[in-house]
Structure formats: structure tokens, C-alpha cells
Design a binder for this molecule. Structure first.
Ligand code: ATR
Length: 287
């Protein structure tokens, strides 16, 4: 007897969520794998009771949701069970409703690392993880990336943020890697001989301030990663390409962090393909 699976209802919770590309990614995979379901935008006003809104989704037979700003901490608080990364970060970006329980996970750091490994596999020898990583920023994305770097055995991380105290607050997430904190005005020193430079600040975003940094000190085979994807090619990545360094944009992280969500809800592990990347690039044109 064949079991007919009921359509899967999932979506993205945030405020605002109108800009989110997640519906494009997940609905592309739903169509590609011939599945039945829909991924929608689920705005939740921060003034509303978050838990009530989540219970309402459970009652409406949703299977789960992704969670973005400003609700990742509220999603953590509402979860009955958490994966180790969500526990470590105190933030949840993936909810699944399973057998009456709310399960919270965090896939942001996974998305970064999966993209890095896929795009830069030839760099992933033992020497690479021994080189310095220079990480700029101290926000939510920084926390996830710092924890992922530590989990993957990168030995030395130079953490550099405009507000030094915010860097100090999150440094413990880099354990057992060694984390050294640099003042913002010393960012050129922080990247000296680094094999990987990651920008997680908002500097370089379309319509915002530029990231003023000199890449001269980077190792000759360094990778430069900017988690920004509007624009796709930030000034930082232009500078990296001018030095013939591998330059990676934030679209890959967005695509890869979606993979475990889709797998949890639909039971199919989707592929991140160039077709999907191109679809998002086309959607971003003009942003
Ligand atoms: P997230 O969205 O990842 O949670 P966020 O909290 O919005 O990030 O933080 C944005 C990052 O960009 C922060 O590291 C911020 O530095 P501060 O911690 O000092 O606020 C950084 N940032 C924003 N504007 C900046 C500027 N003009 N110069 C340097 N850093 C800046």
C-alpha cells in the first residue's frame, strides 16, 4: 500500500521577511524533487507573543519554519529540544515540529562551512587550518561562524570588531581554537599572513558604508569571504580578485544553510546547484 504524504507547510519567520530569498530556494527544491508543499513568508511582529504564534503554526499543521532576525533568540526559548549548535549559540534558525515537540537547530555556521568546503575544497589540507583566520565583526552571523571554525579545527582566529567589548563577549564561542582580539583600527595587522579573511560586518552592503581595509598583508593563497550578497561583488571581493585571491560571496552560505532545513522537513537532501545559484542571482539583479 502506498502512503500518500500530506503537503508540507513551512516558511520563514522574521520581521520584516519581505526581502527573504528563502521561499525562492525552498520552492525551487519542492518543484525540482516533485514534492508536495509550500514555503511561505510568515511575518511575526516583535510586539506579538512569539510562543502563541508558534503554537498557532503547530495547530495549522505546519512542519516547521526557518527563523531570522529578530526572532532567533525567541525561537531558542520556545524550543523543547535543541541541537548542540543552537545550545552553544543561544539562537535557533530552524524549527521543526515533531511528535508534539518543538525542535530547535542552528544551521548558520554549517551553511558557511559547507559553502567554504564546496567552493574551496582544494585549499582544505592540514596547513590551511593551521593558518590564521581573520574574522571581522561580532554580530549573530559572526557568532555562528566563529563556533563553526572552532568545530572544524581552525587553530588561530583573529577577531576584530569596532566595539571591542562585543568581540570579547563572544570570544569563548571559538574554544578550543585560540582567539585573539584586535582593535578595529588594527584590522590590517589582524589579517597579517591570514589564510582566510571573513567579513561579517554590515560594511560594504548596498547603500551602506564601505569597508576600508588593505589586503596587502594577506597570505598569497588566502581566501576572502564576504557574507554580504547585496551586492554580490563587494569592494572587498573586488580587491581580493585584483590580488588574484579566491573571493567568495554570501549567497553560497544562504543556499547551504537551507539544505538541512529542507532535509528535516521533506526527507530529501537537496543539491546546491549552479542553476539555483543563477536563479538567485537573477532575482538579485537591480538590488
Ligand atoms: P548581525 O546581523 O550579524 O547580528 P549586527 O549586530 O547588525 O550583525 O552587527 C553588524 C556588525 O557590523 C557589527 O560587528 C558592527 O560593529 P559593532 O559591534 O561595533 O556595532 C559592524 N559595523 C556596523 N557598522 C560599522 C562601522 N561603521 N564600522 C565598523 N563596524 C561596523
Amino acid at each position: 500500500m502506498t502512503t500518500i504524504r500530506k503537503p508540507v507547510s513551512v516558511g520563514i519567520i522574521g520581521w520584516p521577511v519581505s526581502h527573504s530569498r528563502s521561499p525562492l530556494i525552498h520552492n525551487y527544491w519542492i518543484a525540482k524533487y516533485g514534492l508536495s508543499g509550500n514555503y511561505s513568508r510568515l511575518p511575526i511582529d516583535p510586539a506579538d507573543n512569539f510562543e502563541t504564534k508558534i503554537r498557532d503554526l503547530v495547530d495549522r499543521d505546519f512542519q516547521g519554519a526557518n527563523v531570522t532576525i529578530p526572532h532567533k533568540e525567541a525561537a531558542f526559548a520556545v524550543s523543547d529540544e535543541l541541537d548542540s549548535m543552537a545550545q552553544k549559540l543561544g539562537a535557533v534558525n530552524l524549527l521543526s515540529f515533531e511528535a508534539g515537540k518543538i525542535i530547535g537547530r542552528n544551521t548558520d555556521g554549517y551553511g558557511f562551512m559547507a559553502h567554504l568546503e564546496a567552493a574551496a575544497s582544494r585549499y582544505f589540507n592540514s596547513d590551511f587550518k593551521r593558518k590564521t583566520v581573520c574574522l571581522l565583526g561580532a554580530g549573530g552571523a559572526t557568532r555562528a561562524i566563529l563556533a563553526a571554525l572552532a568545530d572544524h579545527g581552525f587553530e588561530l582566529i583573529h577577531l576584530c570588531n569596532r566595539t571591542r567589548a562585543r568581540a570579547e563577549e563572544i570570544a569563548h564561542l571559538g574554544a578550543p581554537s585560540q582567539v585573539k582580539i584586535f582593535d578595529w583600527e588594527h584590522r590590517d595587522l589582524a589579517l597579517e599572513d591570514a589564510g582566510l579573511l571573513i567579513n561579517t560586518t554590515s560594511l560594504g552592503m548596498a547603500g551602506g558604508l564601505a569597508l576600508d581595509i588593505c589586503l596587502k598583508g594577506l597570505s598569497d593563497d588566502a581566501i576572502v569571504y564576504d557574507i554580504i550578497y547585496t551586492p554580490l561583488e563587494t569592494d572587498l571581493l573586488k580587491q581580493a580578485k585584483a590580488r588574484e585571491l579566491l573571493a567568495l560571496d554570501g549567497l553560497g552560505m544562504l543556499l547551504h544553510q537551507a539544505v538541512p532545513s529542507f532535509e528535516v522537513w521533506f526527507g530529501v537532501r537537496p543539491d546546491v546547484t549552479s542553476d539555483l545559484y543563477d536563479l538567485l542571482v537573477a532575482d538579485l539583479v537591480g538590488v
